[in-house]
Design a protein around this ligand. Sequence first.
Ligand SMILES: [Fe+2]
Length: 493
Amino acid sequence: MLRCRSGPPGISKRKWGIGMTAIAETAASAYLEGVFAPINTEIDAECTVTGELPNDLAGVFVRNGSNPMFPPKGRYHWFDGDGMLHALHFENGRATYRNRCVRTQALAAECAAGEALWTGINERPDFSQPGGPFKDTANTDLVFHAGRLLALWWLGGPCYQVALPSLETVGEYDFGGTLSTGLTAHPKLDPETGELMVFDYSVLPPYLTYSVMSADGRMVHHTDIDLPGPRLLHDLAITERHTIFLDFPLMWDPELLARGKTKVTFRDDIPARFGILGRHAEGEAIKWFEAESCYMYHTINAWESGDEVVLVGCRIENPLADRPDHETVPRIDVLRLEPYLHEWRFNLVTGAVRERALDDVMTEFPRMNNARLGRPTRYAYSPRIAEQPTLLFDGFVKYDTESGAGTSYGYGDRRFGGETVFAPRVGATTEDDGYVLTFVTEAGTGASEAIVVDAQRVEDGPIARIEIPQRVPIGYHAWWVGAADLDAQRLTP
Ligand SMILES: [Fe+2]
């Protein structure tokens, strides 16, 4: 499947026998060009560092993303590409870079066929395909749970275990045979109990299911959540005792769906609904709260405060709005991305809902200190959306989510970054005692680096820049696996 070529000294390089120019030419999409263009090499490299890598930064930074390995069949959507991981292993003040495709079963089938077999979400679903109409790419997110790094897919499917630091795909992981549904991106990991709260959604009833996985990687709770119809969900949130489900009026057009066609529609006359359920409760016990109509891809955090549950995330007023700002507000096909930091407060006793906008700067793909997920937090690290027609981040903002005040760092002219992961310093004592990590790629040259920013001195910019010896395409979500987790890795089912 792979042709091997020797690379420059100090770099181990493997090249797929697939022409990436052919991919860009056969499926015109802005998300196949420039900083988004896929790559067909897998390399291991010791990296040159400018500045000084702190010794208390120890672990692996891994980022997932969409990287089609074959010319797409039909119209391409950015969400369709095969999962590719880019990682930096920090150890003893050194950084080693690797990138690998996630070897999904679907990719193996396409490699055997020598071409793409699945169409993407811009085409009519082909229900004759084994495993479903859309190709499970495991391209979206990552989570380290029960000693395993798992690559996850936004539309829900099997998840794939990936070994660290090699990034080799171990195979599908089904939680010891206890997983009875697919798994979407963005499960939530309780940092104290080790439980993983997951959901799956479907165009057929039950439209939403919820499961809790134990700290040792077994499903210990499963229930259906009643929704009025199929919805396009993307994330959830947790507190110490509750799970928060998001029911926004973004959906497949019901009439077209009944005829086997998929077209996304948004109903701004339908309120946003937030369902709060005890972590181990049955679905019938859910308590729904209504708020102004909106959509949200990503939450930042939620916690309990007296009688209230507080939720902070990136609110989009209308993800399909037709406004004449195509050059300054990014789009991914029909999806318009104009998200702002927002807070909701749900009173569990009175049922009251309060909400407020916290800032007027467009940000998305937010991260926080995962060691405090579900507990009161103050800080978020949110990539800042560039005024471009495609989704690009030209810097990031460290937010104080109590006040909405932010401290920004910009990457510079024509330089674009990704999700900004927080890596706690070894021995960290406060919430922001650690580092912010992201890949940054320069448009035009493709020169790529990872930057390390002291989270308590964001305005100072990187304390270290790590040169990556190939272009790192813009991608999706990332995860920090600290040295202690790495030592506890389990590679057996
Ligand atoms: Fe996401």
